[in-house]
Write a protein that binds this ligand. Structure first.
Ligand code: FAD
Length: 486
């Protein structure tokens, strides 16, 4: 549990009453029992405190709330579906910030299958956008295990990845235009459905992945893709990460862009899943040290045959030990669930130390070998656990405590474990946060690993757009004192 000591600073009661009047009763929550779920992160690892959750139902209402907060110096924490895992959406424990939730901004403003775009408000859950696209024969390809709950404003603000980045890119690649309520309450309307626009700085990129520190995304124009008519899913057993990287290369040579997901799982991921979710079963007859869940999508009726042929060729080359291609929708769902359930498995299984890292794809195997042996040397019996998106070089490297260790004692080692893992990542030219953002979790490490000039540029951008430091202060960048004029 990562919390800060609670000293009560709070928001002056008269300001709270006046803020409530901005929307009327439908637009806020102030009872502790209603507020509580907004203050706890999905993994229960971040808790905060706030006297008020504002829930505007439109950009205009959101703009009025932000303008009031700017005028009176009230710091704000934007929040979407609250599924983020780095504490970005939680207020600090001193109760000095209000939460601004987009839960009620759920309108799909337009769907344009001819132009392959959809225009949505920030609070639309990701799964609803996927469904709206499907209805018109299109695909919105961002796909995460949290898609029923997370909202597009949160996806944009964390530049969410997921299991189809390999083919379609992360959220950043799918945003054409944005509408943002700036920290002073003004609305920047950049809702352009343009594929080409070279008229000056590409401002939307500043807000994508900014974790709510530069403004509140209120709406977006998103790209849609053709809906593939055929999908096949396989689970294969491989000897290790090196073979998985070579297998990905082979599959892309033979199947091209049809390879949509390529998800690596250490055997321990399956064992821990079976321990806490007995409905799951082993996908292959024998036990293998590593597995890859592969999805291919495309317009071709012969896709299954093409995948099988490619896997047989890979077996002959010694890259694949065994494979199963799902033969029914039920089997396919079961294979996908083995991968998707890993977030829940970790929550149920207990304390692991999490790393959402990326390295160049060609160095994944080297990362894994070096990190495994460094941790095993320092913590004999450590239970290694890792899964990830091979095509993106993004591994969730989350070791569990040795079986004979008390979980809290292992957790006390977090800084040391992080240093071991992240030093290797950075030596290999990687990133300490591939898809979850910095939030509150990685502030010190970002300062430690990023070049001084990079940190300075980030601080200057923050100061230019949010000079009063009222927009999600203390996330991405450490809290700095607000100017005395506030
Ligand atoms: P929140 O958690 O509410 O907020 C996240 C951050 O964005 C916060 O800093 C918040 O202040 C800011 N924010 C939210 N809305 C706005 C807005 N409208 N304007 C400005 N700032 C805003 N992430 C991945 O990338 N890939 C995965 O595969 C993945 N799998 C997951 C699986 C599970 C089971 C869970 C629980 C999480 C997973 N995540 C994954 C993390 C999380 O789901 C994503 O980061 C998601 O994009 C967050 O969306 P949200 O609406 O829940 O945002």
């Amino acid at each position: 549990m990562q919390t800060q000591s609670a000293t009560s600073v709070g928001v002056p009661p008269d300001l709270i009453e006046r803020l409530k009047a901005v929307t009327g009763p439908a637009g806020y929550l102030d009872r502790p029992e209603d507020i509580a779920p907004y203050c706890i992160a999905w993994r229960d690892n971040w808790t905060g405190r706030t006297p008020l959750v504002m829930r505007p139902n439109s950009t205009a209402e959101l703009s009025r709330i932000v303008a009031f907060c700017a005028e009176h110096g009230v710091p704000m924490v934007p929040q979407g579906g609250n599924t983020g895992v780095t504490g970005g959406g939680q207020p600090h424990p001193d109760g000095s910030e209000i939460i601004v939730s987009t839960n009620r901004m759920r309108s799909i403003r337009a769907v344009d299958p001819m132009g392959d775009t959809i225009t949505v408000e920030a609070g639309v859950p990701l799964a609803e956008i996927q469904a709206a696209a499907r209805k018109v024969g299109r695909l919105f390809p961002v796909s995460l295990a949290s898609e029923g709950t997370c909202e597009i404003g949160g996806n944009i603000s964390t530049n969410a990845g997921g299991i189809q980045v390999l083919r379609y890119g992360s959220t950043r690649a799918l945003v054409l235009g944005l509408e943002v309520v700036l920290p002073d309450g003004r609305v920047w309307n950049g809702l352009r459905a343009l594929r080409k626009d070279s008229a000056g700085y590409d401002l939307k990129q500043i807000f994508i992945g900014a974790e709510g520190t530069l403004g509140i995304v209120s709406a977006a124009v998103l790209r849609l893709m053709p809906l593939p008519s055929h999908s096949e899913t396989a689970m294969v057993g491989v000897d290790g990460p090196a073979e998985s990287v070579r297998l990905l290369g082979r599959l892309r040579e033979s199947l091209g862009e049809r390879v949509t997901s390529f998800e690596l799982l250490r055997r321990s991921c399956l064992d821990y899943t079976f321990a806490v979710m007995p409905a799951h079963s082993d996908p292959l007859a024998a036990v293998h040290p590593w597995y890859v869940m592969i999805s291919v999508d495309g317009p071709d009726a012969g896709l299954r045959g093409q995948l099988e042929e490619a896997l047989v060729a890979a077996m002959e080359e010694g890259l694949v030990r065994d494979a199963v291609v799902a033969s029914s929708e039920r089997q396919r769902a079961a294979l996908l669930a083995l991968r998707e359930d890993q977030g829940e498995v970790q929550k149920l299984f207990g304390i692991g130390i999490k790393h959402d890292i990326s390295v160049p794809v060609s160095r994944i195997a080297e990362f894994m070998e070096r990190a495994d042996s460094a941790l095993e040397a320092t913590y004999p019996g450590i239970r290694l656990y890792a899964f990830g998106h091979v095509g993106d070089g993004n591994i969730h490297y989350n070791p569990f405590a040795p079986a004979d260790w008390d979980g809290a004692a292992f957790y006390a080692e977090t800084a040391k474990v992080n240093r071991i893992v992240h030093d290797i990542v950075v030596e290999l030219g990687g990133s300490i946060s591939a898809e979850h953002g910095l939030g509150q979790l990685r502030l010190g490490e970002a300062e430690y690993y990023k070049a001084a000039v990079e940190m300075e540029l980030m601080r200057r951008i923050k100061a230019a757009i949010d000079p009063l430091n009222l927009m999600n202060p203390g996330k991405v960048l450490r809290i700095r004192p607000r100017p005395a004029s506030v």
